[in-house]
Design a protein around this ligand. Sequence first.
Ligand code: SAM
Length: 318
Amino acid sequence: MKVNYLRLSITDFCNLHCIYCRSSFSRNVHLAHSELLSFEEMELVIHWMAKWGIKKVRITGGEPLLKKSIATLVNMIQKIPGIDEITMTTNGTKLRQFALELKQAGLKRVNVSLDSLNRKNFLKITGDDKLYEVLEGIKTAQKVGLNPVKINTVVLKGINDVEIPDFIKFSMENSVAVRFIEYMPIGKQNKKNLYFSNITVKRIIEKDFGVLLPLNFSYKGEPAKYYKVGESKAIVGFISPISYPFCKDCNRLRLTADGKLYPCLLSNSFENVKKVLRGGGGEGEVKHLFDLALLKKVNLRNSPHLAYQKRPMFQIGG
Ligand code: SAM
């Protein structure tokens, strides 16, 4: 499997405080501006990586839409020869205001993280009363053509598992694919008791909505497996890193907001691109780091070991 996909985290800051990601961190804890890669540094590194095989970039964070000049970055990446597609993962709270600008700058699609359709539960999970903003953001993204909008829902035992049928109805009524993601116990947030298997999610859906029929339009390397829900037009996806690990098909590297290149979400080993860049290193030196990350990736794919990541998802870029 060729590595052609970069997940680019542009900030570790987030305006939500999800119980499984950021809630044990103080609200305003984030890296100093000087520690983050600048947009120009990101552009340079992606320009090189495009020569070494990267074709797709997904922008993430932290919350990427907290960067007011985000459309400028999308536009910079969009101009890089060899980059075919730029997408984004966002919590959607600021999507309504940025959607059109992002589309015009060259963003193809968005995935919106949404763990509850119930205002009280949304507040309980995220620490913020912003469900309305997210729903408006989803509608706006669809309207401006950032389609297909996909919803990412982490199912948490005893917290939002009761909402699984509501998400299927939401998918049917709003023409969005919902993707159920298994909670990964990583970082110091590690709360194993929240884990809810996608095997059970499937069973719940089939009980209420009929048989799930497998679809095979996932592109190679996509972690989600998609199904059609019963007789309806609704499509549901499952990302099951725990019950159905997909390491051998993984085609991505991750560059964190502080310039560290990770071969894998679950690896604690990284190459320090920022240090090399700011120490005067150029294309050759960064290529060496890229090759090291690729080598580690190949080894991890051959013998995956789920050594749980010490950094929480908002610092790695989920
Ligand atoms: N702020 C953006 C967002 O909310 O989509 C991007 C960053 S967020 C870290 C990316 C995704 O990671 C979200 O869908 C979030 O639910 C997911 N995530 C965070 N911690 C996770 C965990 N421990 N297990 C599974 N998914 C997790």
